[in-house]
Design a protein around this ligand. Structure first.
Ligand code: NAP
Length: 257
């Protein structure tokens, strides 16, 4: 039975997607850094859903991370028919002020690793009658977001990379989708040091489980773009058609340093 491989699956949206897929009887492979959380997640998935599950503890910011994941999959004889590129984070602050390590690491993880995983795993995915890639962007992909400038730009990359890849793979067994969540109650805000918007964001936040349900249904239905939640969908679509100064001005005030 082929597996669904999910990055960033030790918590948040990635874990919720892994559990949603397992509840639909897909075997799962989880990758993230926190071995203890992954081990607990794998045990719970096996117990709750009776599917096969394994994990790899790995820092996906490392330049050879994709090769390491690929080697692990092949050495264990796993077949991958669903690839979920979810691992990612934001670092709040002006470009001038964000820590250089995060500035570079975020670009590596959010863009380079994600694109590398798609390219490297394509031969696996093409072997199956039907297979899926789901890349996680954000509603921030639809406009520039001052003080989340680099993060929003990485997510714009994810959106356009995924749309392009989806068109390239049309007519093949590989369906390619992009998920763009809005605020979701996970560890994301704390990792980004976005305490300034925590209270406001929580009022509008979706649960990771609700995001995961929409994500998996949309992916299996072959949707190219999936934006969970009506408000998130509307704000993203409006940002595409109104003059960019409007949403970017609103964002500038929202995330002001
Ligand atoms: N939550 C939101 O409001 C929101 C909105 C829009 C888009 N998103 C996107 O949704 C995705 C999931 O985020 P989340 O909200 O679920 O955040 P989260 O709770 O912080 O989860 C992030 C996941 O990525 C993993 N990860 C982070 N850095 C990693 C690294 N260097 N190597 C391997 N794994 C790494 C984390 O595990 P370890 O720490 O164990 O490595 C964790 O499993 C991200 O791409 C994020 O940009 C989130």
């Amino acid at each position: 039975m082929p597996y669904a491989l999910i990055t960033g699956a030790s918590g948040g949206i990635g874990l919720a997607i892994a559990r949603e897929l397992a509840s639909r009887k897909h075997d799962v492979l989880l990758v993230a850094r926190s071995g203890d959380k992954l081990s607990a997640a794998v045990d719970a998935i096996k117990k709750d859903f009776g599917v096969s599950a394994s994990y790899l503890s790995l820092d996906l910011e490392l330049p050879d991370a994709v090769a390491k994941v690929f080697a692990w999959v092949n050495q264990n004889g796993f077949e991958v028919s669903i690839l979920i590129n979810n691992a990612g984070y934001a670092s709040w602050g002006t470009v001038k002020d964000v820590p250089t390590e995060e500035f570079l690491g975020m670009m590596q993880l959010n863009m380079v690793t994600l694109a590398g995983m798609c390219k490297t795993f394509m031969p696996h995915l093409e072997r199956h009658k039907k297979s899926y890639i789901l890349n996680i962007a954000s509603t921030a992909a639809y406009q520039a977001v001052p003080t989340l400038t680099t993060y929003a730009a990485t997510k714009a990359f994810v959106l356009l990379f995924t749309r392009g890849l989806s068109r390239e793979m049309a007519g093949t067994p590989v369906s390619v989708s992009c998920l763009s969540p809005g605020p979701t109650s996970t560890g994301f805000i704390d990792r980004a040091r976005l305490g300034i918007i925590k209270d406001r964001a929580e009022k509008f936040s979706m649960t990771p489980e609700a995001v995961a349900k929409t994500a998996v249904s949309g992916m299996l239905a072959g949707k190219m773009e999936i934006i969970p939640g009506f408000t998130n969908w509307l704000s993203s679509k409006l940002a595409e058609i109104v003059p960019k100064g409007i949403p970017e001005g609103i964002a500038r005030n929202l995330y002001k340093v």
